[in-house]
Write a protein that binds this ligand. Structure first.
Ligand SMILES: Cc1cc2nc3c(=O)[nH]c(=O)nc-3n(C[C@H](O)[C@H](O)[C@H](O)COP(=O)(O)OP(=O)(O)OC[C@H]3O[C@@H](n4cnc5c(N)ncnc54)[C@H](O)[C@@H]3O)c2cc1C
Ligand code: FES
Ligand code: FES
Length: 471
């Protein structure tokens, strides 16, 4: 029997929800149903951070906090979690992050400040050191277009100087522990929202329902509702499914559950493929990385999805689960614009990445901004160079065609050739012939072509300068 409601802790109170629209976002719930209007709406597409709130989850008897964009998070994903909003911080006296904002003149405009304070709160409660890198990371999803970041950053550096009031965390932990983690189906008119905690239950219900959408972070799917004003009929939320949330590193392979958030993947990947994890640090913003999954990136099948060229370059496979299970190579998984080999009522269960420590992996993300921006061009190169000769080479580009695409002719030319300027010059000519890049508001096709040629040159120069870490 499926539960017909969700329970969550809203700030420090246990609440249960059942009758609201299955497409309602956390932001609309807070503002329209709870009158908690401290959380603002700016862009409604995950770009500005005005709507930032914090989600707490119990991990080993402690609460782990993650900042989220409430504008693109569906409410019914929150069963068993704590949702912390700006109203909670100042309910008795100012929280240390608020005191620091006041004392260091960090509070600028009323629109962005609540979201900025929530990102700081997340950092404070997780006891993250206020180094310059960490500050940039935690603020990567909060845009300020007025006075600038200097007083905000100063506030973050000062926030640990202020003492916290007595916390009600013990009480919140016991409330969270008592929430049932049983499978859920919320029905509202003709629409349904499913939450499953294991694969067996998910597959059983997913096979029975046509016209369904798979959801993890919603950083892509939610825009159908917030921007295109579509209504999604049956939603299957995978983000709480334990069988889809894991990272197992075996001898020569990494296995990643399709619903594992990018922010959980980064530290694990760092030890094996540092350039891949450095690329992920530029993936969206902190809020996006806390929600978005690898399965969702492959599921979106966008020609500019950042993980796709890297996964293909590394010869990765995906495990697809329908009534039966099958394993396919990502090389020929993408068929045409946003079309893949995934069949009806199938889902991606797991991603398998081979570990090859002898190869060089480079991930080049070219975008207009460092943070929170989609790539204009992406190039991943996985090469084995011995005696200055290419023993193997795979080059995969994003943003250069309607799907992420292997530069087959270029890599065929380079194989077994010397790694020198002359051969790279010829490879630049070949890559220009084998792609007809897209032309859109992110970049012109001429720019994309030039960049892809330049990236081959950059690869040569970097290797010649040995051990330079660029991404
Ligand atoms: C502000 C912002 C910044 C962004 N920045 C980047 C960026 O830098 N790089 C980048 O590549 N992308 C970026 N994106 C796009 C998006 O975040 C990614 O594509 C993300 O990985 C999607 O993951 P998700 O879990 O949120 O997917 P969702 O939105 O939940 O789902 C996306 C699609 O995948 C399908 N899907 C989900 N899980 C599965 C599964 N297990 N099996 C099959 N299909 C599935 C869904 O049905 C849906 O069609 C950005 C988006 C926003 C809003
Ligand atoms: S309103 Fe802009 S990120 Fe949510
Ligand atoms: S704080 Fe809002 S625009 Fe600068």
């Amino acid at each position: 029997m499926l539960n017909s409601k969700i329970e969550l802790v809203l700030n420090n109170k246990l609440i249960s929800i059942k009758n609201l629209d299955t497409n309602i976002t956390v932001l609309n719930f807070l503002r329209n149903e709870k009158n908690l209007t401290g959380t603002k709406e700016g862009c409604a597409s995950g770009d500005c951070g005005a709507c930032t709130a914090v989600v707490g989850e119990l991990k080993k008897n402690k609460i782990e906090y993650k900042s989220i964009n409430t504008c693109i998070t569906f409410l019914y994903t929150l069963n068993g979690k704590q949702l912390v909003t700006i109203e909670y911080l100042g309910n008795r006296s100012l929280h240390p992050v608020q005191k620091a904002m006041v004392e260091s003149d960090g509070s600028q405009c009323g629109f962005c400040t609540p979201g900025i304070v929530m990102s700081m709160y997340c950092m404070y409660e997780n006891k993250v050191k206020s180094t310059n890198d960490n500050i940039d990371k935690y603020l990567s999803g909060n845009l300020c277009r007025c006075t600038g970041y200097i007083p905000i950053k100063k506030s973050i550096r000062n926030m640990y100087n202020y003492k916290k009031n007595k916390s009600d965390q013990k009480n919140i932990i016991s409330l969270l522990k008592n929430i049932k983690r049983n499978d859920i189906m919320i029905q509202n008119n003709e629409s349904r929202f499913f939450v499953h905690y294991n694969l067996k239950g998910l597959i059983k219900d997913y096979q029975k329902n046509n016209n369904s959408y798979l959801l993890v972070g919603g950083t892509d799917l939610a825009l159908e509702v917030t921007k295109k004003r579509n209504s999604l009929k049956n939603i299957f939320y995978l983000g709480s499914n334990k069988d889809l949330n894991f990272i197992n590193i075996k001898k020569n392979k990494i296995h990643i559950g399709s619903a594992t958030p990018i922010s959980d993947i980064i530290p694990k990947l760092d030890k094996i493929y540092p350039t891949f994890s450095q690329m992920f640090e530029r993936y969206g913003s902190e809020q996006i990385r806390n929600s978005a999954s690898l399965g969702g990136n492959i599921g979106s099948a966008s020609p500019i999805g950042d993980s796709l060229p890297v996964l293909i370059a590394l010869n990765s496979q995906i495990v697809i689960q329908g009534k039966k299970q099958r394993t396919v190579s990502l090389d020929d998984y993408f068929v045409s614009y946003r079309k893949t080999k995934l069949k009806k009522n199938e889902l991606i269960k797991e991603i398998i990445i081979p570990i090859n420590k002898k190869n060089i992996l480079k991930c080049y993300k070219i975008s207009k901004r460092i943070d929170d921006d989609i790539s204009s061009v992406f190039m991943a190169i996985n090469a084995n160079i011995k005696n200055n000769t290419f023993k193997s080479i795979k080059i995969v580009c994003g943003g250069m065609a309607e799907i992420p695409k292997i530069a087959k002719s270029t890599q065929e030319y380079l194989l077994n050739k010397k790694f020198n300027q002359e051969n790279i010059n010829e490879a630049k000519n070949i890559i220009a012939q084998e792609f007809t890049p897209i032309d859109d508001m992110r970049a012109s096709k001429e720019y994309r072509m030039k960049i892809s040629q330049n990236l081959l040159e950059r690869f040569l120069n970097e290797q010649n300068r040995l051990n330079t870490v660029v991404y």
